[in-house]
Every structure is written in C-alpha cells, then in structure tokens.
Design a protein around this ligand. Structure first.
Ligand code: DCP
Ligand code: MG
Length: 362
C-alpha cells in the first residue's frame, strides 16, 4: 500500500463538533450514501453501537477534502477501522458495496424502514410488527395493542411523510409569532432543528420559546397550547409535559429511544398542527426554555443529532461537564450549573471553536 498524508485542512477527530460540516458533502457522496444504507439497517436491527461506528465514519467522509482513493488512505481517518475500511475497498474496486445492495433489495428492510417512520414507533416496535407479519401501514392499524400516539401516527402517516419546504415552515412560524406575541409581546421564538441548519426540506418544525421574565416561562406552554387549540391550529397533542425524573415512566419509551431527545427537563409539546394553505397536518415541536436556559435549549435543539451527541461526549469526556438542552453543568459533587448568556458562551466555556448552525450538518 502507498503512503498517504492526510490533507492538513481535514480535522481528524472523533468529535464531530470540533469541525464544520456543510449540508452537502463535496466528496465521497456515493460512498457515503452506501454506508448510510448499512448504518440505517444496523439501527433497524437494534445494533445501535454498530450503527454509531458507521455514523462516525460517514461524518468523517462527508468533510474529507477529496475523494478517497485507497484503503490505506481511508484507514488514516479516525473512525474508519478494518470493517468499514473493507467496505471502502469493495467500493473502490467494484463501484458499490454488496451488503448495501442486498439491504436495498431486501423486502424486510423496506418494511422495517416504513414502520420506523411512523410517529411514536421506534425500531423495536417496527421489528415487532414485522415479526407479526404485517406488511403495510394499513395492516398495522389493526394491531390490538396500539398506543394512542401510535394510532395517531398511523392515521397521520401520509401527512407526516410530506416534507416541509422553507416556505411551508415560514407560514407556520408567522402564525406562531402572531398568536404567541399577542399574548406575550416579549416572547422570543426561535426556529431550531434542520431548518436553522439551512435544510431545504424538513420533516418537522422545532421551535424554542422563551421569555425574558423567568417566571413567565412557568405558564407559557399551557397558555400557548390553549390558544393554538382555540384558534383551530393545533389538532392533536402527541406529547405534552415535562419528562422529569419523576414522570419519566409516563413518557412513551419509543419516544425516548427513537425520535427525540425529550430527556431534557424542558417543558414541551409535540403537536400535530394544521397548515392553513395546504390543510396538511404538520409536526411542530414546541420547546419552552426559562430565560437562563435559552442558550443551551437553542444549541441542544439545533442539531444535527450527531453534532449534539458529540458535544455531549466532548463535554463529559474532555471537560468533566454535562451538556443538556436545559443547561451546562460541572460534574463535581454536588453538580454545579454553569451560567451561560449565549450559544457562543457555551462553545467558549467548553473550548469548542464556534460552528455556525449551517455548519452543524454532520
Ligand atoms: N435531537 C437530539 N437527539 C435525538 C433527536 C433529536 O439531540 N435523538 C436534537 C437535534 C435535532 C433536534 O433535536 O436536530 C431536532 O430533531 P429532529 O428529529 O427534528 O431533527 P432535524 O430537525 O435535524 O431534522 P428533520 O426534522 O428535518 O427530520
Ligand atoms: Mg426537525
């Protein structure tokens, strides 16, 4: 094997948050797409650890400053071991990865993939439904053990599958701004999630709402949800409340494992929201943050998922701190909250170089 020097502009690290990642990779797109197929299959199979190694490798390949040309070159990248390295070798010699092709052709994975897209359904339930022999959303609806949220998820499946353009999202944001600010003029309403990272199309709209008066935040969620229902915008509450340690048992476990990081202690309501111009039911996640937790809430809900994971790991392993959407903490006994005044502040305290939201697409 030839010797290769890594391009010096490539930040070779296991922490994705330490380097900027744009929305569209310049190199290795084909390879990345194939590895993503395998990664997703591992998730569907319940092999979360294994999926995670693929995600690290994929994230690195997305920002690698040229097309990978050899096994040896790939193996110099942190996160690319012999297994993924071999898939890359297959790709370099045949133009594809056989395992990814098999997965794509597999009826089992196609079905599991569809089931796992249902709101309120995690990989575990998707596998259970597949084992029961269900082949379609229609068949799942006849399952006698559906939770309330799963039934809604199945009924709203077609609507929730439709992606929102930035214009669709703007329409909903305008409504939220108007409705919330007539009640609370000083409210701060910040779109986060993929929209803030610059994605052209989003699966849902995530919004962090805060108010400069710390005590106002206490009633914010209840008041906002009430007025949205009264105005006819909010059709269903998919999740409502504050998953604190006390009532974690009330949180549908599928929501914890798969869809959202509701493990922070922020007040939140996941809504089914009627978009007026299309009458399509949209997923809108409202997250309420007390003023002092506004910066961490915005950072924690902007994503990407992998960016968030890497911040949490970096804080824990390199700084002995805990980062969560409800705050930054020093891991001493007793745990101590670190005051932050802006998103930038959190990066500075953790010693992570500032990354623009549009560059958090790992
Ligand atoms: N999030 C997280 N960990 C998870 C799920 C979500 O940290 N397991 C955070 C980061 C996400 C944000 O919440 O960016 C919003 O989650 P979404 O599932 O809405 O993801 P995106 O907004 O990034 O994409 P989209 O809504 O287009 O699917
Ligand atoms: Mg989102």
């Amino acid at each position: 094997d030839m010797e290769f020097d890594l391009d010096p502009c490539f930040i070779n690290t296991k922490y994705e948050c330490l380097r900027p990642t744009p929305l569209k990779p310049k190199y290795n797109q084909c390879l990345v797409e194939l590895l993503e197929v395998i990664e997703h299959a591992r998730e569907l199979n319940g092999e979360e650890r294994n999926a995670l190694s693929y995600r690290h490798a994929i994230a690195a390949l997305k920002v690698y400053p040229r097309n990978i040309e050899s096994y040896a070159e790939a193996r110099k990248i942190i996160g690319i071991g012999p297994k993924i390295g071999n898939h890359i070798k297959e790709f370099l010699t045949t133009g594809t990865i056989p395992e990814a092709e098999e997965i794509n052709a597999s009826e089992k994975y196609q079905t599991l993939d569809i089931f796992s897209r249902v709101y309120g359904v995690g990989y575990k339930t998707a596998r259970k439904w597949y084992q029961k022999g269900y082949k379609s959303i229609r068949e799942c609806m006849k399952d006698p053990y559906l939770t309330h949220v799963q039934r809604l998820g199945l009924e709203l499946f077609d609507d929730f599958q439709k992606k929102m353009s930035r214009q669709d999202i703007q329409e909903i944001l305008d409504i939220l701004n108007k409705v919330i600010k007539t009640m609370y003029p000083d409210c701060m309403i910040t779109p986060v999630g993929g929209y803030r990272r610059g994605k052209e199309f989003s699966g849902d709209l995530d919004v962090v709402v805060s108010h400069p008066q710390e005590t106002v935040a206490n009633n914010l969620l209840k008041d906002i949800v009430e007025i949205l229902i009264n105005k006819g915008h909010l059709k269903h509450k998919l999740f409502y409340g504050q998953p604190s340690a006390k009532n974690k048992k009330d949180v549908p476990s599928e929501l914890i494992s798969s869809h959202k990081n509701i493990m922070d202690n922020l007040d939140k309501c996941f809504c089914a929201f009627i978009q007026p111009s299309t009458q399509i039911c949209r997923q809108v996640d409202l997250i309420i943050a007390p003023y002092s937790q506004y910066p961490t809430a915005v950072l924690g809900w902007t994503g990407s998922k992998q960016f968030e994971r890497s911040i949490r790991n970096f804080a824990k392993k390199e700084r002995k701190m805990t980062f969560a959407s409800h705050g930054l903490f020093l891991n001493v006994v007793p745990r101590r909250r670190v005051c932050v005044t802006s998103e930038k502040d959190v990066f500075d305290i953790l010693g992570i170089p500032w990354v623009e939201p549009e560059m958090r697409n790992c």
